[in-house]
Design a protein around this ligand. Sequence first.
Ligand code: GRG
Length: 291
Amino acid sequence: MQRSLEEYISLIENKLSEYNPVRDNPQVKIYEAMNYSLGAGGKRLRPILLLEFCRIFGGREEDAMPFACALEMIHTYSLIHDDLPAMDNDELRRGKPTNHIVFGEAAAILAGDALLTKAFEICSKPSGCSAERQIRAINMLASFSGTDGMVGGQVVDLESENKDISMDTLRYMHSLKTGALIKAACMIGAVIGGADESGTEAAGMFAENLGIAFQIRDDILDVTGSEEELGKKTGSDEKLKKNTYVTFLGVKKSQELCREYSDKALKALDDIDSDTEFLAHMVGKLVDRNS
Ligand code: GRG
């Protein structure tokens, strides 16, 4: 059944709180710190993509849901850790004080660790999903999140601060740091949905182009966006002397490039023999987003 954006968000948010109930035990603070960031809103882009890719390939929503929530947990852990003083040292995220500001640095580190662990706990639980698809999806989730995925991209980002880097390095860094989890969303959704190799490849191609367009828009918003709409401090790339699409190309050229990549993402949808209207609509929304 085709869901609306609002339906997807509400399903995901309900399930996220179900997966992490607050327990009355001596470690109660960890559930609170995890739920604080998980429940702080956000676009829920990755879980929505995952559920929609599963749907268009004919899969069951209940098989994809643990992966959708796991991916949002991994994304949330990355934001909590990225905001720490040892990394970007940010005090505002999703319109609220960052996790370490509220719970302290040690609890924020542990909340991130616990979210990452919880992600693998929920998606490895025996379910009605075919074991072959489930194991392949768990393996993809791990590799897109780790050293050759998001964590790897974060390392390249930290190593690149205050340095002149090439456009190729910038693209490489973002293909991992931002792109990997977007690719995980689309490809895991396809795998759980039962896509064949060419369908899974088309999902990956869509994600690669959407990931770059998404990152370029993120870089533009750091310069032109409002703190109120974004729910985080703007101008942090400049403050940290980060290399971004905007520092390389300026705002106007970056916006043109963003449009080029979003067109490529839309083109990748032509290779998928299903109704991809919702995905095309999402591409449009992300490219024009202000938050
Ligand atoms: C600490 C291992 C580790 C990784 C951090 C994702 C990340 C890597 C850092 C976040 C910094 C950043 C601004 C990345 C650029 C694009 C991006 C991932 C933005 C945040 O994602 P959204 O816009 O956030 O989907 P919401 O809050 O809507 O979920």
